[in-house]
Write a protein that binds this ligand. Structure first.
Ligand code: PMP
Length: 359
């Protein structure tokens, strides 16, 4: 019996400083969930059928190379199949990107507040997060992000449009930024909400990455395509980066259900984009109503809106919960509210109106 017997296993000290990822609260029978930027529509019948057909063989491992999905994505975006790397949701692809570029002593720059996984996956890799505050207009401060680059910087996340503020970067500003970033630093354009953009000045990252070997685009099937529960995301990147992603990904991370549903979704894209259009129309309606109520709102190009509420954040989130909608509070900062079903959006708007009058 040694004296160390009572000690548990030694865990990496770096984990002490890392919060666990906090998912939005699940919906209950008497509430709508507007806290995780999900798609409120149920799966299309054809997509559901494809997933159910794959379920019959889940005693087998999936196709590890995601061959059919990769080919379908390559054709859809006009890129070589070698440039496509898939993963268990885009968050796992983002993690693979960090693991591929950064380790202890290295730095990863991102705007803050932005997608909450960025600091977590950076620290899990042992690297140092470098958060750069958003501008007063809730946008990326690209000048300050450039100034934050050091010779230890290995990766920069640019979330376009930004989660949770919804603000998107325009072409000229993004291109000037990319021109100024040293070419040995990987820039990840996280376009999880790409399909909801209606501002023509916001560039498509896939057009941008082509001539820039240090730029990679991150996309997901979780939002516009409505496959959040199946976990499929992908990156479009030049070959060295895409190859690194295949090395750092969890083997067999995308189930056959997910692969087949994603392929079926790409084939049913027209029907899915009609739903996206309806959500964008709802976004326009919600934003106009909030402005009418007197809220100062940043222009959201995503499937959510952001209310900066400061120290009233939790009060607002609780008022929403009492009214039957679960929203996503960031204590002391603000509330992010997903655009959902019309009835859910109406409850949110009524709560916002009542709350506004009290302010
Ligand atoms: N990037 C951004 C900006 C997100 O908001 C999210 C989901 N909240 C993700 C990536 C990850 O999505 P998923 O893992 O479901 O593809």
């Amino acid at each position: 019996m040694s004296g160390t017997e009572a000690q548990g296993p030694r865990l990496r000290p770096t984990l002490d400083g890392i919060p666990t990822y906090k998912p939005g609260k699940p919906a209950s029978a008497d509430s709508y969930k507007l806290s995780s930027n999900e798609n409120p529509y149920e799966p299309l019948p054809g997509v559901l059928e494809a997933a159910l057909a794959a379920a019959g063989s889940f005693n087998r491992y999936p196709d590890m190379a995601t061959t059919e999905l990769t080919a379908e994505l390559a054709a859809r975006f006009g890129v070589p199949a070698e440039h496509v790397a898939t993963g268990t949701g885009s968050v796992s692809v983002a993690q693979s990107l960090v693991l591929s570029t950064a380790g202890p002593g290295d730095e990863v720059i991102f705007a803050w507040r932005s997608f909450e996984a960025y600091p977590i996956i950076t620290q899990v890799a042992g690297a140092t997060p470098v958060p750069v505050p958003l501008t007063a207009g809730e946008a990326h401060d690209l000048e300050t992000m450039l100034a934050a680059i050091t010779d230890r910087t290995r990766l920069i996340f640019v979330c376009n449009p930004n989660n949770p503020t919804g603000v998107a970067i325009h072409r000229g500003e993004l291109e000037r930024f990319l021109d100024a970033v040293p070419s040995d630093i990987l820039v990840v354009l996280d376009e999880a909400y790409r399909e909801f953009i209606r501002d023509a000045a916001v560039p498509d990252g896939i057009g941008i990455y082509r001539d820039r070997p240090n730029v990679c685009v991150l996309r997901t099937f979780s939002k516009a395509y409505g496959l959040a529960g199946l976990r499929v995301g992908f990156a479009i990147a030049h070959e060295p980066v895409a190859t690194a992603l295949r090395k750092t990904a969890i083997p067999f991370g995308v189930s056959q259900l997910a692969q087949d549903a994603a392929v079926a979704s790409l084939r049913a894209e027209d029907a899915l984009l009609v739903r996206v259009e309806a959500l964008v129309e709802e976004r326009t309606r919600v934003a106009a109503a909030l402005a009418e109520q007197g809220w100062a709102l940043a222009d959201s190009q995503a499937n959510f809106v952001w209310l900066r509420l400061g120290d009233r954040t939790m009060d607002f989130a609780e008022a929403c919960a009492r009214a039957g909608v679960i929203v996503r509070p960031f204590p002391g900062e603000g509330v992010r509210v997903t655009i959902g079903e019309v009835a859910a959006n109406d409850i949110f708007l009524a709560t916002a109106e009542a709350f506004r009058k009290e302010l």
